[in-house]
Write a protein that binds this ligand. Sequence first.
Ligand SMILES: Cc1cc2nc3c(=O)[nH]c(=O)nc-3n(C[C@H](O)[C@H](O)[C@H](O)COP(=O)(O)OP(=O)(O)OC[C@H]3O[C@@H](n4cnc5c(N)ncnc54)[C@H](O)[C@@H]3O)c2cc1C
Length: 408
Amino acid sequence: MDFKDSPEQAEFRRTVRQWLQQNARPKNDGAQRKSQGELYEEAKLWYQKVADAGFACLDWPKEYGGAGLSQLHKVIWSQEVSAFAEPDGYFVIGIGNCGPAIMHFASEEQKRDLLPRMASAEDVWCQMFSEPSAGSDVAGLRTSAVKRGDKWIINGQKIWTSGAQHSDYGVVLCRTDTEVSKYRGLTMFFIDMHQPGVEVRPIKQMDGDAHFNEVFFNDAEIPDHQRLGEVGGGWGAALLVLMNERLAISGVQPDGFPEFLQLVKTLRLDGEPISSDPLVKAFLAECYYRHAGVKAASNRMLTAVAKGGMPGAEAALGKLVGAAMNQDIANFALQLMDGAGAVMEPELARQQAHFQKTVLFSPGIRLAGGTDEVMRNIIAEQVLGMPQEPRADKGMAFKDIPSGNQHP
Ligand SMILES: Cc1cc2nc3c(=O)[nH]c(=O)nc-3n(C[C@H](O)[C@H](O)[C@H](O)COP(=O)(O)OP(=O)(O)OC[C@H]3O[C@@H](n4cnc5c(N)ncnc54)[C@H](O)[C@@H]3O)c2cc1C
């Protein structure tokens, strides 16, 4: 790993920093916490501004709305923008996950049409894989796509779809064949979220927001040219999306450490700086080594990607440790702050209930993009080379796999 900028990268960093100083809002500007709708509108404006300045999707080709630069330029951008308060990771599912699927599988005409609008967030995209009975085991999904002439008719239900209520398009994984094994009977498509036969129902979480949704398909018709990849090739296409998801979230996934460090530096308890408390010091030290480890693992992955490799299973490590740490920090910080931890008024509490919000949302981060247990399985099997866990449905036709919906 070499973390030193080349002269060209250093120049790019200077340009980015200068532009951000002139165009981005500083952190802790005292702004009140916003509603989800307001945040969404703000994010759209920010993405448009970034695109107008030529910094959107830096590693995408220019003809698709990108800047034709490298992954390393993207890393430099992420590092610099993280010092500001802008919602830069807001549309990461569309751009980070769906973008590569369109880039890989769509026709040239579709790419030129769809990708620039995705890059500037003029169109927002969501990813519809999970279903009520297919989350960790996503290949067990049941939403069907049946070919009729040159159209596909989609029926079924997705769940936990982040941002579907704000989305214009979505990538959807469907079952097109039940006679073959669960992996071989899947096909991927993209669909207009506003078309007939698509119904989105937001799910309210315990923090009051509705981050994700149920999506119902009732005879939703799509033309064959919205198929992404081969019929029956959906599992390979899904793996490509999930691999890119690992890369995309590794840049934006919070582990809570910078915010906690800031809190420890500023908080006083009974007139004494909180940083002199032995319990706080011990916890801070523990968080620091976890944070440093996550950062090193992420840098290692990014270095490999910058050299033309793919994000490896090691990314699971960052997700596993970072998500748990984010939750631990929020719980610890909220206890330290007592009642003030829940206060949103900036004059009374600078953090504006940041840690309380994290306490309520961080459990979800331990599930999203693969649960802790699934991450452990990936690390055990793909990093440590341990034997695969037994798969009872191996080689069975999907229609023969027993399910709760079948009656004797
Ligand atoms: C905030 C959030 C955003 C999300 N956004 C999206 C999205 O945009 N699009 C989308 O498609 N999905 C999304 N998801 C869904 C997410 O991918 C699933 O929740 C996740 O994969 C787990 O699936 P499940 O909820 O069905 O749980 P299940 O798979 O039913 O798991 C239940 C429990 O069993 C454990 N378990 C399951 N299999 C194994 C195994 N083989 N070994 C050991 N333990 C196991 C799990 O770890 C878990 O504890 C989101 C989820 C969250 C929380």
